[in-house]
Write a protein that binds this ligand. Structure first.
Ligand code: SAM
Length: 264
């Protein structure tokens, strides 16, 4: 039987606010380990970007959170990285620690403040969409990202696949074993903290097949989806990370999907 009736803790995306909102939410996300993401997610996002933007070009990290990935991207790609987020508290954390990031912008009423149309040579968006409650909200994010991009510029999206629910990965579990989730249904995600305990967060189960449809509606083309596997990792991720754990669940059923598209 599932524990769908159990509510996440006080920093777990309460009915009063979206996931990771407020100071407590920002601090909670900053404490997660994200090992599975650093194995099967972020390195593949950067691999997509590395071939498509050059040093000094503008990369926007939409929903940058505490800025760890933005900071890493700035150092690895040499791009001028700008972070954008709806949470002033996340941006505050990012400003304090993501020192390679060139600037931060608040997202207000669905629009990134201070960034004009077509200013970005590329946009990445990592683990943002699962916190959105409706398809209209997803489309709104894609439309805003499309506004930021110059024509023909790339967009790289990293998401979890709710079809992988119930499996315990190194640093995450989506929902409950044996449960299937309808599109947009609430699902509790558990993320492992650096101290080994688990953070619970209420998210929404968006099927990965929905993204191409919405991206095309938001004037993107050439949408491609890729599910990174552990076999591929040695070509992109740090070998010591690969050697650190057996990654049994990640090998059996990789849970992350990278979607790429081009601004039409
Ligand atoms: C799970 S965190 C991911 C942070 C970062 N991208 C990473 O992968 O480490 C999700 C972030 O998306 C932000 N967010 C949620 N909805 C957003 C929206 N509509 N526009 C921009 N940011 C949003 C949250 O405030 C939070 O910082």
């Amino acid at each position: 039987m599932s524990d769908r009736s159990q509510q996440p803790g006080p920093s777990g995306g309460t009915p009063e606010g979206p996931a990771w909102s407020g100071r407590e939410g920002a601090q909670a996300f900053a404490a997660v380990e994200a090992a599975t993401d650093w194995l099967l997610g972020y390195p593949f996002v950067l691999r997509e970007l590395a071939g498509r933007i050059g040093a000094g070009q503008v990369l926007v990290d939409y929903g940058c959170g505490p800025g760890r990935v933005a900071d890493h991207a700035a150092r690895v790609l040499g791009a001028r990285v700008l972070g954008a987020d709806t949470s002033p508290q996340m941006l505050e954390l990012a400003r304090a620690s993501a020192t390679a990031v060139a600037g931060f912008h608040l997202v207000e009423n669905g629009r990134v403040t201070g960034l004009p149309d077509g200013c970005a040579d590329a946009v990445m968006c990592n683990h943002v969409l699962a916190s959105l409650p409706t398809q209209d909200a997803l489309l709104g994010v894609f439309t805003e990202i499309r506004r930021l991009l110059r024509p023909h510029a790339p967009f790289v999206l990293l998401t979890t696949d709710p079809a992988c629910s119930g499996t315990e990965y190194a640093s995450l579990r989506i929902g409950e074993p044996g449960e299937a989730y309808a599109p947009g249904e609430e699902v509790t995600v558990r993320l492992r903290r650096t101290d080994g305990t688990w953070q619970r967060m209420r998210n929404h189960a968006w099927p990965v097949g929905l993204y191409p449809v919405l991206l095309e509606r938001a004037r993107f083309r050439d949408v491609v989806q890729h599910r990174p596997s552990v076999q591929e990792v040695l070509t992109v991720a740090a070998p010591d990370l690969v050697a650190a754990r057996p990654w049994s669940a990640e090998r059996a059923r990789p849970p992350l999907v990278v979607t790429t598209a081009v601004a039409a």
